[in-house]
Write a protein of this length. Structure first.
Length: 195
């Protein structure tokens, strides 16, 4: 079996949220990845937006790599029909393996776990631990308040514009995903073991 043409790590909620647009965006992202024979790397759960994006990727013909800590197998309802499901010891192991298996990162709507993962991937890029593109799908302006806050950080001199430009923001899945794929590097191109 040949390697997929691209691999995208998607961070998103283990809940669906209240807006149908969040569900549709997750479905659209999974379908886009799957129809192009791509690979989804994600947190390995079957609940919420996580399960929706994984189901959509599989249904459209893509491969799905799930990575989940043993302690969360029951809580996040591990998705046992992933193409590959890796049960690891710690959250640090989870995030490192997800980063190693992906060529790009994308955040959909989610809670504090999604935000933590997004900011970690963004920080790692800023520090030079990887050169993989990072994207935010801003469905219905979900991330607009956060982005406005971060622009305030730039205005206060605690961040700079270069750091803001390390993340690509888009409102539509297709164009944003294509941009991330176009910028992505092979997942095997960088050793992230120092993280």
């Amino acid at each position: 079996m040949s390697a997929p043409p691209f691999s995208i790590c998607v961070y998103c909620g283990s809940r669906t949220g209240l807006a149908e647009s969040f569900v549709q965006a997750a479905r659209d992202v999974g379908h886009w990845i799957g129809r192009r024979g791509g690979q989804l790397v994600y947190g390995g759960g079957k609940a919420g937006l996580m399960g929706i994006v994984a189901d959509a990727t599989l249904a459209a013909g893509g491969t799905v790599i799930g990575v989940i800590p043993q302690a969360l197998v029951d809580r996040e309802h591990a998705k046992l029909d992933c193409t590959e499901l890796h049960v690891v010891e710690t959250m640090h192991d989870r995030k490192r393996l997800m980063a190693e298996r992906a060529g790009a990162f994308l955040a959909l709507a989610g809670g504090i776990g999604t935000l933590e993962e997004l900011f970690e991937a963004w920080t790692w890029r800023q520090l030079g631990y990887h050169a993989k593109p990072v994207g935010i799908l801003d469905t219905d302006g979900y991330y607009a308040p956060m982005l406005e806050f971060l622009r305030g950080s730039v205005a206060h001199g605690l961040m700079n514009e270069w750091q803001m430009q390390l993340v690509r923001v888009g409102g539509e899945p297709g164009p944003l995903l294509q941009a991330l794929v176009d910028e992505s590097t092979p997942a095997s191109a960088q050793d992230l073991s120092q993280i």
